[in-house]
Write a protein that binds this ligand. Structure first.
Ligand code: UTP
Length: 295
C-alpha cells in the first residue's frame, strides 16, 4: 500500500457536532456526548481511549450550540480549588486526572452547518495537515482489555492506508452500517478491502463486516472530502470519501477485540450501562432480569 505509516499517530479527531435526534428530548440541551454511562460521559471514555493509545493532540469538531462539551473537556481549576477547600480531595484528584490540560493540546473547531460526518472530519484539516490520524466517534463505546484505537494504530503501523474498525453484523441489521467490500478472504483481524458502501440494502451488502466509529485515515482523505458530493441521507459521507481514495492509498478493516455499544441508540446505551454496572460489581447481590442481558 502507498504511504506506509512510519510516523506515530498522534492526532485524534472527535466529531461531536451531530444533533443526536435519537436521544431527544435529553439532547435538546445536553449534547449526546455528555450523556453518562453511570457517572462517566461518553466523551470521557473516548478521551481515555485516545490517551491510552498515545494520542497527544485532540481535535473536537463541535457545534456552537454544544459549548458544554468544551466546558466539560477543559480543566476547571476553580472547581478543583473549591473541592479541595471543602476537603473533597478525591473528587478534585479525579477531575484533575480526567480533564485535558495544556500537555494534551486540545483544539475545538466548529462545524456550523451539519453537512455530515465527512464534512465534520474535513473541519479538522488545519490541525492534522499531512499526517495519518485517528477518528473516534464517542457515541460508539468500545470496551475491552485493549483500547480499540490503540490496537488499530498498532495494526496501521504494519498496513498503512485507511484502516476502519469492523464487526460482524447480522443480515437484518446490516443496512444500518457502512459495509466493507473485502478483497479476497477475511483475515483473523485484518481484512483487505476494495471499498466501502454506506447503509446498503441487506440483499446488496458486499459482506457482513459493518464499519463502526473508529478509523485511522491517510491524510489523502482531505483532498477528497473537499470535493465530495452529498451521498446517503443527503450528507457528505466519510464512507464515500474513504471508498474514493481506496485505490490510491489502500483500505483494510480491523476486527477489534472489545465489545461495541451503539450509545447513540437507547438500546445501546442501556446495554452499555448494564455492562459497566456489571464490570464494577454493582448490583452483584441483586441480579435483576435485566442484568441477564449482559450475562
Ligand atoms: P450520527 O449519525 O450518530 O448523527 O453521527 P447524530 O446527529 O449524532 O445522531 P442522530 O442520528 O441524529 O440521533 C455520527 C457521528 O458523526 C457526528 C456525530 O456527532 C456523531 O459523532 N456528526 C454527524 C457530526 O459531527 N456532524 C454532522 O454533520 C453529522
Amino acid at each position: 500500500m502507498a504511504d506506509m505509516a512510519t510516523k506515530r499517530i498522534r492526532t485524534a479527531v472527535f466529531p461531536v457536532a451531530g444533533l443526536g435526534t435519537r436521544f431527544l428530548p435529553a439532547t435538546k440541551s445536553t449534547p449526546k456526548e455528555l450523556l453518562p454511562v453511570l457517572d462517566t460521559p461518553l466523551i470521557q471514555f473516548a478521551i481515555d481511549e485516545a490517551r491510552a493509545a498515545g494520542i497527544d493532540r485532540m481535535v473536537f469538531v463541535s457545534h456552537p450550540d454544544k459549548g458544554s462539551i468544551e466546558d466539560y473537556v477543559r480543566h476547571d481549576p476553580e472547581l478543583c480549588a473549591h473541592l479541595r477547600a471543602a476537603g473533597k480531595h478525591d473528587f478534585a484528584d479525579k477531575l484533575d486526572t480526567l480533564s485535558l490540560d495544556e500537555g494534551d493540546r486540545a483544539h475545538f473547531v466548529m462545524q456550523t452547518e451539519r453537512l455530515g460526518l465527512g464534512h465534520a472530519v474535513l473541519q479538522a484539516r488545519p490541525y492534522v495537515q499531512e499526517e495519518a490520524f485517528a477518528v473516534i466517534l464517542p457515541d460508539d463505546l468500545i470496551l475491552g482489555e485493549k483500547g480499540c484505537i490503540g490496537e488499530m494504530i498498532e495494526a496501521h503501523a504494519r498496513c498503512g492506508g485507511h484502516l476502519v474498525a469492523t464487526m460482524e453484523v447480522d443480515a437484518d441489521r446490516i443496512s444500518k452500517y457502512g459495509v466493507l467490500v473485502p478483497r479476497g478472504g477475511q483475515g483473523e483481524r485484518l481484512t483487505h478491502a476494495t471499498g466501502m458502501v454506506e447503509k446498503p440494502k441487506a440483499s446488496e451488502a458486499p459482506s457482513n463486516l459493518g464499519v463502526v466509529g473508529r478509523y485511522v485515515l491517510d491524510s489523502a482523505i482531505f483532498d477528497q472530502l473537499a470535493v465530495q458530493q452529498s451521498g446517503h441521507g443527503n450528507e457528505i459521507q466519510l464512507t464515500d470519501a474513504i471508498a474514493a481514495t481506496t485505490g490510491a492509498v489502500g483500505l483494510a478493516g480491523y476486527r477489534f477485540s472489545g465489545i461495541r455499544f451503539d450509545c447513540g441508540s437507547q438500546e445501546g446505551m442501556l446495554q452499555a450501562t448494564l455492562h459497566v454496572a456489571n464490570m464494577r460489581g454493582l448490583m452483584a447481590e441483586r441480579r435483576t432480569p435485566a442484568l441477564a442481558l449482559v450475562g
